[in-house]
Design a protein around this ligand. Structure first.
Ligand code: ATP
Ligand code: MG
Length: 336
């Protein structure tokens, strides 16, 4: 089984990314052929500074390795190093419906937040994301809950491509694989601690409500202590009535790898204040070893580059094979 996922080198990685995506990446390394990518091309769709992008790229690479990605057990690379992603994006654009792109929530949210240019690439972003996954013929895509709509779109793109061009597979060229999203049962959508009806996010969330993977323990504790709850006193998982408390339960359940019910039972008689401290402590305990490992890995940019370059070489072999098939089926270039 082939697994693929990508993560942006924008902003700084937060607890939502860590629980919803990164922990899944690490776990899935041993369940199939896992391919993970830092998507620098996606990061160019909103305003950014080139020099900062490179810094964040290394930050993100070091966080992923510190969290347990192992270049011996997965293919780990930078999107921009494999030009097949952009070529496939163009080819798949012909089977991407304009109307579908126009319905994407993420485009609406991110376009609404721009003061100057709303780039065309922000609009076509989901086709690049489809190309990322389809280039590897991946069956499973571990992501957070916010990516459901993009996953549906990439499935539609693969199905439309296959129906249009690969119905009677021509020669040696193979059709695309229709992938499935893999979402954690607990922790697929971590909310902002200050605005618990919005997802935790570096681009759209509040600063105090976003816990960063690299935050100091004291900062983490402060953010949890100030987390918004409600005027009640019951520690109960009810997203509609008690979104703040439900989010804290979700975080603790994910970090402890247990159920909501187990957390509720443990804190049946606790006060909100004590519960928040317990959640903070669990998160700090989970993140401290990652931060320590990060501090060792981050300074050696040459070593990070070497890992990414070796990964790109492996990735490229797979992606080039898919692109050759897609070109052949679409009648682009000479008949091989
Ligand atoms: P941006 O707001 O710039 O899109 P992001 O925080 O969503 O940034 P990404 O790199 O786009 O970060 O997402 C990486 C992975 O983390 C994706 O699989 C995404 O679904 C997941 N993810 C993002 N936010 C959350 C969240 N709050 N809870 C759980 N998973 C999340
Ligand atoms: Mg995102």
């Amino acid at each position: 089984m082939r697994i693929f996922s990508g993560i942006q080198p924008t902003g700084r990685k937060h607890l939502g990314n860590f629980i919803g995506a990164i922990e899944q990446y690490v776990a899935l390394q041993d369940r199939g052929e896992a391919i993970y990518c830092i998507v620098d091309l996606h990061a160019t769709t909103v305003p950014y500074e080139p020099a900062v992008l490179r810094e964040r790229l290394y930050d993100t690479a070091a966080i992923l390795l510190a969290a347990g990605l192992d270049a011996e057990r997965c293919i780990f690379f930078r999107q921009g190093d494999v030009p097949e992603h952009t070529e496939l994006t163009w080819l798949l654009s012909s089977v991407t419906a304009f109307g579908d792109l126009n319905r994407m929530h993420q485009f609406k949210d991110k376009a609404g937040a721009q003061r100057d240019l709303v780039s065309a690439s922000l609009f076509t972003y989901p086709t690049l994301m489809a190309a990322d996954v389809l280039a590897y013929r991946a069956q499973q895509v571990p992501v957070g809950d916010d990516q459901r709509q993009h996953i549906e779109l990439m499935r539609d793109i693969a199905e439309r491509f296959n129906a249009r061009f690969a119905a009677e597979a021509a020669g040696a060229a193979a059709p695309l694989v229709v992938p499935e999203g893999v979402y954690r049962e607990v922790g697929a959508r971590i909310m902002d601690l200050q605005e618990p009806t919005k997802k935790m996010s570096t681009t759209g969330g509040t600063e105090q409500g976003t816990v960063l993977v690299l935050d100091e323990p004291k900062t983490i504790e402060k953010k949890f202590k100030r987390a918004v709850t409600d005027s009640g006193s019951e520690i109960r998982h009810d997203r509609a009535e008690k979104p703040g408390v439900a989010n804290l339960i979700e975080i603790l359940a994910a970090v402890r790898d247990t159920s909501f019910a187990a957390v509720e039972a443990d804190f049946a008689d606790a006060r909100y204040g004590d519960f928040k401290v317990a959640v903070a402590e669990a998160v700090i305990e989970r993140l401290t070893p990652v931060q320590e490992r990060y501090a060792e890995l981050r300074p050696d940019e040459a070593a990070l580059e070497a890992i990414l370059a070796a990964g790109a070489e492996k990735a490229r072999t797979i992606a080039a094979d898919t692109v050759a098939d897609v070109r052949q089926l679409m009648g682009v270039g000479p008949n091989p």
